[in-house]
Design a protein around this ligand. Structure first.
Ligand SMILES: *[C@@H]1O[C@H](CO)[C@@H](O)[C@H](O)[C@H]1NC(C)=O
Length: 212
């Protein structure tokens, strides 16, 4: 049985990264029973974020205040460590538009490649201090996971915009940031839920399927 998982991604949202890792754990432990297809659709947390990027640490400190920032850092560091990663807030934050252009474009080369690209960009942004608005970072990620035509796409700032806007209109206009994950068009899961929550939703979707 195939389970279709649609994800609305805000590429610079840390809860997305955590949710993705938990989803992957759930998929890994359920993959004998199901075939999965994971698709990513764009969602913008902050459409006006500057393209050239701004200092991420300073941005968080301003947004949360210095003491909240410290608390968030230690919480995120723990969560990331438990997932096997190092949390890193160095580098820049800013517009995610180009990353959405690339992710949307990559779907035509296979959803497995699209998924690998998202994983790479999350690692770049959350663990390696790389800015996903930087063309070089995007091109390196595309090359690493074997996506062709990325250079032509990113070189022309008008390319792929229509596709992103179509997706935004078709899918993301009906959600308000949450839920981020939808399984078989029905089971909605928000934010950084643990793997068990995904596993229960897989089972519920499978039970629906067998009743039909
Ligand atoms: C961001 O600002 C901090 C000081 O608040 C500085 O140490 C760091 O190097 C800056 N990072 C970048 C990428 O400019």
């Amino acid at each position: 049985m195939i389970l279709l998982i649609v994800i609305f991604t805000m590429n610079s949202c840390i809860i997305m990264m955590i949710g993705k890792q938990n989803l992957q754990k759930a998929i890994d432990s359920a993959k004998d029973g199901f075939n999965f297809e994971v698709r990513w659709h764009p969602f913008f947390l902050n459409p006006d974020a500057p393209k050239e990027g701004i200092n991420k640490t300073d941005f968080y400190k301003q947004k949360f205040g210095a003491s909240q920032y410290e608390a968030m850092m230690s919480r995120m560091t723990k969560i990331f460590n438990s997932l096997g990663f190092e949390y890193d807030t160095s580098g820049l934050t800013g517009s995610t538009l180009d990353s959405h252009r690339l992710i949307t474009f990559s779907a035509s080369q296979g959803y497995d490649k699209q998924n690998a690209l998202v994983e790479e960009l999350f690692l770049n942004y959350f663990c390696q201090g790389k800015y996903i608005g930087d063309r070089k970072v995007l091109l390196d990620a595309a090359e690493k996971v074997g996506i062709e035509g990325a250079s032509e796409l990113l070189h022309d700032p008008t390319k792929g915009i229509e596709e992103v806007n179509e997706e935004l209109e078709k899918y993301s206009s009906r959600i308000n940031g949450v839920p981020h994950f939808v399984i078989n068009e029905k089971y909605k899961i928000s934010g950084g839920q643990p793997p068990d929550v995904f596993l229960r939703a897989f089972q519920a979707a499978a039970d629906d399927g067998s009743r039909q």
